[in-house]
Design a protein around this ligand. Structure first.
Ligand code: EPZ
Length: 419
C-alpha cells in the first residue's frame, strides 16, 4: 500500500489550483440516472471516489465517457438493471446516492446497505423514511435495501437531522414524483445547491435549495444537460491550513470564498491573513497562531470535514483550544496519531482540548479516514524530521494529486509505492 513521506519544516509559497468538489460530483453524477440524453460535466476531480461512482453507474447501464482532463459524458437514457452490489458500495458509502434517482426512474432499486465507517455508524434511516413518505415500499434483506414503487408522489418531509446526502437523495427522487414535495430542515451545503442547479437545468422545478426549506415540483421527464462542478471548499480549506502550519504564503486559484465563511473567520481569528484576490484567494500564515475554539455544525457552520485539519493548526497555537465535534460520533481517530507527533491533546467525550506546543516531530503514522489522512500530511509538513503516512488510499479518495500540489509549493514530499 502506498505511503507518503514528508520532510517537514519547509515554508510553502506559491500558487495552487483547487479541483472540483468531490461532494458535489457524487450526487450530480448520480442524477444522470434521472435524465434522457448525454450529460456533459466539466471540472470533475480525478479521485478514486469518482471512479467508484462511475463503476456503480455503469453497472446500472449509464454510458460514461471521458473527455480532456475533468470533462465527463454520462448518458442514462437506457438503464439496464437496478442493483448496486455490496462489492462496490462497501468501498464508498456515498453510493447510496443512486437510491433516490433509481427508484424515481426505474421504480425499483436494490442497493447494498452502506456499512458504517471509521467516523461513525452513518445510518440512512432518514433517506428511507423520506422515500417511504413518497410512496416507496422498502425492505431490508440480507444487507440490501430492496425498494419499489408504483410511482412516487410528492410529500411533506421533515428531516430530524439536516442530512446532506439524505437531502440530495430525496431531492432527486422528488424531481420525478407526481406532485410537490417540501423538504424541511434540509441541508443547505453548497453541494446541495449545485445539485439543485443541475436538476433545474435538466428541466426540474426546484426552489429554495441553499435554505432549510426546499420545494420540488415533480415533472414527467428530465433531459440531460451540461454543468461545471463547483470547487472543493474542503480542499481549499486544507491548503489554507497548509499555509498556516508552515507560516507560508499560498495563492489558491478556483476557490469560492463565499462557500467558506466559517472556516475563513476561524483562520482569521487564529491570526492568519486570508485575502480575496481577483483570481482567487491568498492565505498567509503568521509567526504566532492564536488558539481558538471550534464547534462543527451543519452548513453554514464550521464544517466537520475541516475539523481534523484545523486541529493540526491548533496543536501549534499559543494557549488552549477546544474543538467540539457535533456531527459524527467518532471523528477524533486522528488524535492518537497526532499525539505520536508530539501534540498535546486530551479528549473529553465529543470535545478535544488542545494545548499548543512549540513544534511537532516527524513519525510514522497511519491514516484512518479521508480527512484524518489530510491532517496527518499537514502535521508532517510542520513537523521537524521525517513523517511517513501509511494507508494513503484514504487520501486518494478525496484529494487530487495532493502530494504533487504540495511539492509545487515547496514541500519535501513524495509518494513511496512500496507494497
Ligand atoms: C456528507 O455525508 C458528506 N459526504 C460528508 O463528507 C460530510 O462529512 C457530511 O455530509 C456532513 O457534512 C458526501 O457528501 C458524499 P449526513 P453524509 O447525512 O450525507 C446522521 C468527506 O470527508 N444521519 O449529513 O453521509 C449521521 O449519522 C465526507 O467528504 C442520520 O442519523 O452525512 C450524522 O451524524 C465524510 N440518519 C449526521 O446525520 C440519516 O439517515 C450528518 O450526516 C442520515 C444521517
Amino acid at each position: 500500500m502506498d505511503k507518503i513521506v514528508i520532510h517537514g519544516g519547509e515554508r510553502l509559497v506559491g500558487e495552487v489550483a483547487v479541483s472540483g468538489s468531490k461532494n458535489a460530483t457524487l450526487p450530480i453524477f448520480a442524477s444522470s440516472l434521472l435524465a434522457e440524453g448525454e450529460n456533459r460535466f466539466y471540472g470533475v476531480p480525478d479521485l478514486n471516489d469518482v471512479k467508484t461512482i462511475c463503476e456503480v453507474l455503469k453497472n446500472l447501464g449509464v454510458k460514461i465517457g471521458r473527455g480532456q482532463g475533468g470533462d465527463y459524458l454520462l448518458d442514462g437514457t437506457e438503464l439496464a438493471g437496478h442493483e448496486a452490489p455490496y462489492k462496490l458500495v462497501k468501498t464508498m458509502r456515498a453510493s447510496i446516492l443512486v437510491l433516490g434517482p433509481l427508484i424515481a426512474r426505474a421504480r425499483r432499486a436494490v442497493i447494498s446497505l452502506p456499512g458504517g465507517c471509521a467516523i461513525g455508524a452513518r445510518p440512512i434511516n432518514l433517506h428511507m423514511k423520506g422515500l417511504e413518505k413518497m410512496g416507496a415500499e422498502i425492505q431490508l434483506r440480507h444487507g440490501y435495501i430492496e425498494a419499489k414503487t408504483r410511482g412516487l408522489r410528492g410529500a411533506d418531509i421533515y428531516l430530524d437531522i439536516s442530512t446532506v446526502t439524505g437531502t440530495e437523495n430525496l431531492m432527486m427522487a422528488a424531481a420525478l414524483a407526481k406532485g410537490e414535495t417540501v423538504i424541511e430542515n434540509a441541508a443547505t451545503e453548497p453541494e446541495v445547491v449545485d445539485l439543485a442547479e443541475v436538476l433545474n437545468k435538466m428541466g426540474g422545478n426546484i426552489s429554495g435549495a441553499g435554505s432549510s426549506i426546499i420545494r420540488i415540483k415533480g415533472v414527467k421527464q428530465l433531459t440531460a444537460t451540461e454543468h461545471t462542478i463547483i470547487p472543493d471548499r474542503i480542499e481549499a480549506g486544507t491548503f489554507m491550513i497548509a499555509a498556516g502550519v508552515t507560516k507560508g504564503n499560498i495563492h489558491i486559484r478556483n476557490c469560492k470564498l463565499d462557500h467558506m465563511e466559517a472556516v475563513v473567520n476561524k483562520l482569521r481569528e487564529a491570526g492568519m491573513e486570508i485575502l480575496r484576490e481577483d483570481d482567487g484567494t491568498r492565505a498567509i500564515g503568521n509567526k504566532r497562531i492564536k488558539s481558538v475554539d471550534i464547534k462543527t455544525l451543519p452548513y453554514p457552520g464550521f464544517p466537520t470535514d475541516m475539523q481534523a485539519q484545523i486541529m493540526v493548526l491548533m496543536t501549534l497555537a499559543r494557549g488552549l483550544s477546544v474543538i467540539s465535534e457535533t456531527i459524527f460520533e467518532n471523528r477524533f481517530v486522528h488524535v492518537g496519531e497526532l499525539r505520536r507527533m508530539g501534540a498535546n491533546i486530551k479528549i473529553e467525550r465529543s470535545s478535544a482540548i488542545i494545548k499548543g506546543v512549540k513544534g511537532l516531530s516527524g513519525a510514522p503514522v497511519m491514516a484512518t479516514d479521508l480527512r484524518a489522512s489530510a491532517s496527518l500530511v499537514l502535521a508532517g509538513l510542520a513537523a521537524e524530521g521525517e513523517t511517513e503516512v501509511s494507508r494513503v488510499y484514504h487520501l486518494d479518495r478525496g484529494y487530487e494529486k495532493l502530494e504533487e500540489k504540495l511539492a509545487s509549493l515547496g514541500a519535501h514530499i513524495r509518494r513511496d509505492p512500496r507494497k
